[in-house]
Ligand binder design. Structure first.
Ligand code: TXA
Ligand code: MG
Length: 344
């Protein structure tokens, strides 16, 4: 299949809308990462997303809307919880996904057979325009081959999916760089399933205390069921082995330097490169979690372009605020492999 490269202009957005309305697949920019979109109301179109990405069939998709009223108009949920209305007022449009009881309008292919559905209203103007042009809500996972880091630039999408999807809209770099925060309101207590740019603390300031799902920070034990199926899969990993190293600045630098050779790289903070003897990929300043979130996936992909690198020692932020989202992705990229020089 020839994949069309579309521009971020009115004419091409209309083209994308038409492809989607006809059951096709288009990768679109959002403020978090690029999404691989299909008509969320069309089970057959949605199936093609799973094929193109090589995504396990039991991993449900997020439905993207461009107007709060779309939820009722397309019968996406059976009931809108009060807390969802409060959160929508504060954080939509924006990088927060809310899981609610599924409505009649959503085919089983989207929810992977679950009785719930994830809904998100992206703030990216192009994403909104494409949803409007398609005239339907769009199911969209991140536009990467399953298992690889989510794409934050159009060229990441091209590298993974060119020839497998109908079109890609190039909207430049994604602002946040990590996927949306996922919160479930479909159970008794609100629970964070995936941390992102909107932090647990910000959510709590609107709806009170929330729970943090164990899978956010810890590895599921074998046989344990994932509340968010995506959390159980190996994710975000480059081909080289990534290992998190927890320690002070000095401990980290001494550790890497005493384990250095040409096959080793460091995923580190700005300034570390002055003292490290290995190839360095920097994520931003130590306390700048937003910048680290923005850089992480791009740097993980860069590691794959360095064939000599077999092992990456990564610095590890404290799991607070946006740091929790960076930690959550990094620990998965590392397959939960951590060297503790100091207690977190
Ligand atoms: O920022 C984002 O959320 C991006 C952009 C494209 O919007 N999308 C994204 O989709 O990251 P995806 O499919 O890569 O991640 C969605 C996550 C998965 O971990 C999935 O298991 C979970 O949300 N999820 C979706 N529907 C769910 C449901 N009904 N119950 C529990 N988890 C759900
Ligand atoms: Mg994904």
């Amino acid at each position: 299949m020839n994949t069309l490269l579309l521009k971020n202009n009115d004419e091409d957005v209309l083209k994308a809308g038409k492809i989607l309305a006809d059951g096709g697949l288009v990768a679109i920019p959002t403020e978090t990462v690029y999404g691989l979109a299909a008509n969320a109301l069309d089970g057959n179109a949605v199936k093609r997303i799973f094929e193109a990405k090589g995504r396990p069939a039991d991993n449900p998709l997020i439905v993207h809307i461009a107007d709060f009223k779309d939820i009722e108009r397309f019968e996406l949920v059976s009931e809108i919880p009060e807390k969802a209305k409060l959160l929508a007022r504060k954080f939509w449009s924006g990088p927060l996904t809310i899981i609610m009881p599924k409505g009649r309008g959503v085919p089983d292919e989207v929810s992977a057979g679950l009785s719930t559905v994830a809904v998100r209203f992206p703030s990216h103007k192009t994403a909104q325009a494409v949803i409007k042009a398609a005239g339907v809500p769009l199911a969209a996972p991140s536009a990467n081959i399953s298992g690889s880091p989510s794409p934050t630039k159009a060229e990441h999408v091209t590298a993974d999916l060119s020839g497998r999807i109908d079109a890609i809209i190039d909207g430049g770099e994604c602002k946040v760089g990590l996927e949306s925060t996922v919160l479930t309101l479909a159970e008794e207590k609100p629970r964070l399933l995936r941390p992102g740019g909107i932090t647990a603390e910000e959510i709590e300031s609107v709806i009170g205390e929330i729970e943090i799902d164990d899978a956010v920070l810890y590895q599921l034990k074998s046989g344990e069921k994932a509340a968010s199926p995506g959390m159980k899969y190996k994710h975000y990993s480059p081909k080289a082995e990534v290992i998190l190293v927890v320690g002070t600045d000095r401990e980290y630098i001494d550790f890497v330097n005493s384990n250095s050779d040409i096959t080793v790289a460091a995923l580190c903070y700005d300034g570390d490169e002055k003292e490290l003897k290995v190839k360095c990929l920097t994520l931003g300043a130590k306390d700048d979690f937003k910048k680290q979130a923005h850089e992480l996936f791009d740097k993980l992909r860069e590691i794959d372009r360095l064939p000599e690198i077999k092992k990456v020692y990564a610095r590890c932020p404290k799991p607070d605020g946006v740091g929790m989202a960076v930690y959550n992705r990094l620990i998965r990229a590392a397959g939960f492999e951590v060297i503790e020089l100091e207690k977190l």
